[in-house]
Design a protein around this ligand. Structure first.
Ligand code: ASP
Ligand code: MG
Length: 427
């Protein structure tokens, strides 16, 4: 029996009873003969509450103090969980991210892990203790300040530790039974995926599926750590996220067929349209340089054909809603350089993506996708495609119909309702 890393999300440890329930599960894994390292998130809505609190005392909380505040959430759950485990007669020691050796860059609120040196975790395991680590946090190598990894970052802590400790598996416990073919909160007939390759999971996470943090999947792929996503509220087998050969060994599907993984959606994006841009070389470069200098990641881009009479064109792109304000500021500043007429900002949009292998070589997939949306009366505003994904932007108030229509069209509906949402928050 080897070493396993288990991660419990906020809804699994929402209150004292949740913590005691999780403590029992952890002890069971220990009794099965495993060495157990646990990564834990803040209880329930704690992180949101801390953010609210910060905004009440200062509209623009500074990075360093904001991180110091937010990491308190995970420290509360790690200490309580260690106490609950001790109460069951087993040794447990809790560690902050910094104590666990999670070393990051110095970027507050969205730091990246650059090294993991889990000496103290190994010592704890050598003493036959269960190690409990606060998720979502680390310490900067240069500034020595406490950092956080971005919302949902505890998943990444777990996989990073699993890689550093050469764990046999990283189990991510959440409030649903695994990764589904669509968000089970929206599609009741969503099906649980038994096995999915890192590549497809990356695409789902990048397209808005919140079940796993995007960077956690990138990390797992790089170090080839199998992830088992499952519920802490049931004993069901969950979803395995692993390398392509391992997934292929399990599946019986024909290799040349398009294999649809699922439908993801994202309502956290906004769309900016730059209206009346002179249609000449270099204009797009100036626009996107201005946005990139403001450190904003853009997603989909569309440029319209220019009207012959004016020689002017419109360029639209999507970006995280939380960066909308800064992007508008950056573009307004660059207006003299770019020479556009006006800017339009729209945050009432949703992105819907169909993810699966073999999209590009199965043209029927694209046609069926658009037919599904058209039959549901959903208007499409932007389109982008890749080898394993088709995404469209629609009005946000049509997102539910759109997802359900696509899900049904691709035969993803399950015969029975198997998508139980145990927690309700998706943590
Ligand atoms: N507590 C943090 C959040 O709510 C990190 C996590 O749960 O992964 O975003
Ligand atoms: Mg999460």
């Amino acid at each position: 029996m080897g070493l396993i890393v288990q991660k419990y999300g906020g809804s699994s440890v929402a209150d004292a009873d949740g913590i005691k329930r999780v403590a029992k599960r952890i002890v069971e894994a220990k009794m099965d003969g495993h060495q157990v390292v646990v990564v834990v998130s803040a209880m329930g809505d704690t992180t949101d509450e801390l953010i609210d609190l910060a905004e009440q005392v200062s509209p623009i909380p500074a990075g360093r103090e904001f991180d110091m505040l937010l990491t308190a959430g995970e420290r509360i759950s790690m200490a309580l969980l260690a106490m609950a485990i001790k109460n069951l007669g087993h040794e447990a020691l809790s560690f902050t991210g910094s104590q666990a050796g999670v070393i990051t860059d110095a970027v507050h609120n969205r730091a990246r892990i650059i090294d993991v040196t889990p000496g103290r975790i190994r010592d704890a395991l050598a003493q036959d203790a269960i190690a409990i680590v606060a998720g979502f946090q680390g310490v900067s190598q240069t500034s020595k300040d406490i950092t956080t990894l971005g919302r949902g970052g505890s998943d990444t802590t777990a996989v990073a530790l699993a890689a550093a400790l050469e764990a046999q598996v990283c189990e991510i416990y959440t409030d649903v039974d695994g990764v589904f073919t669509a968000d089970p909160r929206v599609v009741k007939k969503a099906r649980k995926i038994a096995d999915i390759a890192y590549e497809d999971m990356l695409e789902l996470a990048a397209s808005g599926s919140k079940v796993l943090h995007l960077r956690c999947v990138e990390y797992a792929r790089r170090y080839n750590i199998p992830i088992h996503v499952r519920s802490s509220f049931s004993g069901h087998e969950g979803t395995w996220v692993r390398s392509k050969p391992d997934v292929a060994a399990e599946g019986e599907e024909g290799m040349e067929q398009a294999i649809i993984s699922g439908v993801a959606h994202d309502t956290s994006q906004a769309k900016i349209t730059v209206v009346g841009v002179p249609d000449k070389p270099g204009e797009a470069a100036v626009i996107f340089r201005a946005v990139s200098d403001a450190e904003i990641n853009i997603d989909m881009v569309v440029q319209n054909v220019s009207a012959a009479s004016t020689g002017l064109t419109d360029i639209s792109f999507t970006l995280p809603m939380s960066d909308g304000h800064r992007a508008m500021e950056a573009l307004t500043k660059a207006q003299p350089l770019i020479g556009f007429d006006s800017l339009r900002y729209d945050d009432q949009i949703a992105k819907i993506s169909l993810v699966g292998a073999g999209m590009r070589t199965n043209p029927g997939v694209t046609a069926a996708f658009f037919e599904a949306l058209s039959n549901a009366g959903v208007n499409i505003e932007l389109i982008s495609t890749s080898e394993i994904r088709i995404s469209v932007v629609t009005r946000v108030d049509q997102v539910t119909e759109a997802i359900r229509a696509v899900h049904t069209t691709f035969g993803l509906d399950s015969d029975s309702v198997e998508a139980v949402v145990y927690g309700g928050t998706g943590r």
